[in-house]
Design a protein around this ligand. Sequence first.
Ligand code: ADP
Length: 476
Amino acid sequence: MTSLRTRIALLYAALIVVVIALGAFAIDFAFQSLLIDQARLSLDQTSEQIERDAEEASTFGLGGEAPVTLALSSRATLDHWASANQYVQLDTLSGQTLGKSANLGGLTFAPWKPDRRDRSYGVLHITGNRAGTILVLNRVLLDENARPIAIVHVGQRLDNVDQLVARARGILLWITAAATIVIVIASYFIAAWAIDPIERLTSAVAQIGSERLDRRLRWRRRDEVGRLAGAFDAMLDRLQSAFARERQFISDASHELRTPLTIINANAQMLQRWGDRDPDVMKTSLEAISEESGRLAGMVSGMLTLSKAEAGDAIPKEPLVLERLADDVVAHANERAAAEGLQLAAHHSDGASTIVIGDAGLLRQMIGNLVDNAIKFTRDGRIDVTVRRDADTAVLDVVDTGPGIDEGDADRLFDRFFRGDPAHARESEGTGLGLAIVRSIARVHGGTVSARARPEGGSIFSVRLPAEPDSFTTGS
Ligand code: ADP
């Protein structure tokens, strides 16, 4: 029952059986009405014959002195009108029985009071040894002057109608039962045929484990299952490259972490051997250990930020004013810049509010990394941080007067652990994660980052983020 195939087959079969049953019911009803209409027609014909005879009798005064009705109600006349399955009864206008055909026996039709209609139909159910149903036509008889003279009841047994309907029902029942069996079996096979590609897809997919991510289904079908297989192949492509990136990251990270660890280890051993005897060794070793452990801590926190930035939608976001974030970062870094003899300033129109949706901590870190790099790589001159609007985009530029960027490096700068020429940096070697973090944070906010050299020297790092439409600019 749990299998999709069985469920589809049963559902399909149940639906068709309901449709067949409704069809059979409709046929049954139509057939029954047809037979009853025929019976009515035949009653009408008989009653019309009686009507004609009554008119004739009154025209020729067949009753002599007695009313015409007396002549009409003679047994012989009534029997003449009746037939094997039709009965006739004549009543006065007030409902007294004047006579009835012999085949009625002890039965009497109930009196009928004519209202505005000159005829009506009714049904008489009889029990006992003559059990059955009689369809009765009640009709007012008129004389040649169209005056009512009597009421005639003509009845017809519906036995043959009942028999025919019963036989037709039997046939319909058999057809429905046979069709149900055929449909259940056929639906099972149709469902199996429809589900088969899904089962083949399932077993093909089951063979692709994490070790065999290079395998593809490559189905050429153009139907829904073909599209599913295509979507699956595309997902495998993305998975495979994500796995490759992760593997690369782990191998790069281990490699990068090994260098400071080796230095710390070597210096610790030097300390152990000569530290207590040689104060110079002690000083240089401790300095190296402190510097390298600082780098290690920087790398680890950088990697944590990267993984946080790559969490995507899981990051809580709120509307933020980009100018304010830039001002905060610049205020924070000003002292350091001044200590290096650099001028650091933020620029934007007074009162401008460029609103971006994001995480304040991550965006501050993104701007902070760019400003830190600018301070690190600029020996003298100035650093300018500008925020501006470019249509629907918020643009943040960090411009410095440092060594600039080699054209070939412009894209690679943002790769994890990429470091340019160490001769350019003022301090010791960085972690190589700063710009990778910038790119991740920009991406997770739906933006981009790029770097280019300025013709007059120095570099420009530009972050472009989607700006909220209600951002506004005032002042000049
Ligand atoms: P790190 O600064 O730790 O080396 P980053 O990812 O921040 O790592 O930077 C990667 C490389 O990009 C740097 O090694 C440097 O070569 C280059 N770079 C970054 N910022 C600047 C800048 N403002 N001017 C010149 N080169 C830069």
